[in-house]
Design a protein around this ligand. Structure first.
Ligand code: HEM
Length: 426
């Protein structure tokens, strides 16, 4: 009975749960007591199944025909009754009716993904390494002799922004705009990024309006870039998409806009949190940090994987069931939402030995921070390389860097984000 009460008390719609590390405790209880758990809906939110065990997330992810992405990939959190989920909005430019690959199902998904795959292979990532290092050094040069600062604004957010904007061929002058617009698109549930606005129906709905305006402005921006690339193609992803065909047909403007929107959001809003979260967890585990700093080349690769497991920069992805399906004796019906909680899978006691221990030498470490299956993160190679190069260069330049305040966390059940982190660089 005690256990039943504990799981009943867990409401994953409550976004405030994700403002602190409390959500890990909620997931621990669910894994133990109700690993496939129904979170009821309300007038303001859809009900959904929570998947908290590693094995079950593999099952859902590996059945993309049964558990589809095209009905939305962001799931929990309360919202206005007429509001669709933010993550889905971020991947779908207004008025175009087009989806990006992350909200696309087989068989078209694979064909669309293939168009850009070549730009994300290990070979392409390795070829970019010198450039990534150069970008990292330039970021740290700007920090220079400063004693203290905001690690997120000055360091961790700068590299992913530079890399994705570089791949897309966006000029330096627009990088700050991209930073603001992706924050608006995915961080709209956080008061810091909201602007007081009146929605179409007359009521104030800051989150919805903020996300809508962010996406609208992004679509306008990319439309202009497309016009200029049509006239003068460059060696970048946008020019590649303009020339590409699927089943003998060119992509529509809406499809290209959706792709651009996804790449800039996905490239920007995730890796920065792996770097910020990595800084925090290293700071809180001085022995592991000292070991890493004692021989960076030896430990860095496994340390990066452990930072990814530990931080799980995306809290969840959602699927919708298209058929009756049973998991651990629970019946999932067509039309029901299924949420896969990655931080929970990444601390699953059945898979990871001593999962609450941060261990930079953990092996094996088959975490699910990048998802798995059909939609496995396209940018995983870049993300890994960025985190690695950043910590190599950071510890070389500022070996005594210290976290001096509590991380100021993003109010979101989708992105496991840190908005600000005060540090003493030297
Ligand atoms: C630490 C950083 C990152 C994390 C934790 C992360 C996480 C994820 C996850 C969990 C998915 C799976 C979505 C699903 O199953 O529905 C995904 C997909 C995706 N990610 Fe990442 N990501 C990261 C960095 C990046 C970067 C740097 C890029 C771009 C350069 C990127 C581009 C994408 C794209 C395009 C998809 C959609 C793939 C598809 O639907 O086929 N990600 N990411």
């Amino acid at each position: 009975m005690v256990a039943e009460k504990a799981t009943h008390d867990i409401n994953l719609h409550n976004v405030n749960l994700f403002l602190h590390d409390e959500f890990h405790e909620a997931f621990r209880v669910l894994r133990q007591e109700a690993p496939v758990h129904w979170n009821p809906g309300s007038a303001r939110a859809n009900g959904f199944w929570s998947m908290t065990k590693y094995e079950d997330i593999l099952t859902i992810s590996r059945n993309p025909e049964i558990f589809i992405s095209s009905k939305g990939i962001g799931g929990s959190g309360e919202r206005e009754p007429d509001e669709v989920d933010q993550a889905r909005e971020a991947a779908r430019p207004r008025g175009e009716g087009a989806s990006s690959i992350i909200t696309m199902d087989p068989p078209r998904h694979v064909k669309m993904r293939r168009l850009v795959n070549k730009g994300f292979t290990p070979r392409a990532v390795n070829a970019m390494e010198p450039k990534i290092r150069e970008m990292t050094r330039a970021i740290l040069d700007e920090v220079g002799d400063r004693k203290e600062g905001d690690f997120v604004l000055e360091v961790s957010s700068r590299l992913p922004l530079a890399v994705i904007c570089g791949l897309m061929g966006l000029p330096r002058e627009s990088w700050d705009l991209m930073f603001d617009l992706t924050n608006a698109a995915l961080g709209a549930g956080d008061p810091e990024y909201q602007q007081a606005q009146t929605g179409a129906s007359g009521h104030i709905n800051n989150a919805k309006e903020t996300a809508r305006r962010g996406n609208l402005r992004m679509a306008e921006y990319f439309r202009e870039v497309m016009v200029s690339r049509r006239v003068e193609p460059q060696d970048d992803l946008i020019s590649l998409l303009l020339e590409s065909e699927v089943d003998g047909e060119k992509l529509t403007e809406g499809e290209i806009l959706a792709f651009c929107n996804l790449l800039v959001v996905a490239g920007n809003e995730t890796t920065r949190n792996a770097i910020s979260g990595g800084m925090v967890v290293l700071d809180r585990n001085p022995e592991e940090r000292a070991k890493l700093q004692s021989d960076v080349p030896r430990y860095i690769d496994s340390a990066v994987e452990e930072m990814l497991r530990w931080t799980s920069p995306l809290h969840h992805m959602t699927r919708e069931a298209t058929e009756d399906f049973e998991v651990r004796g629970q019946h999932i019906s067509p039309g029901e939402k299924v949420i896969m909680w990655y931080p929970s899978a990444n601390r699953d006691e059945d898979v990871f030995e001593d999962p609450y221990r941060f261990d930079i030498e953990r092996t094996p470490n088959d975490h699910l921070a990048f998802g798995i299956g059909e939609h496995f993160c396209l940018g995983a190679g870049f993300a890994r390389k960025e985190v690695k190069v950043m910590f190599e260069e950071l510890f070389d330049r500022y070996p005594d860097i210290k976290v001096t305040g509590e991380p100021d966390r993003l109010r979101s059940s989708f992105i496991n984000g840190v908005k600000h982190l005060t540090v003493q660089y030297q």
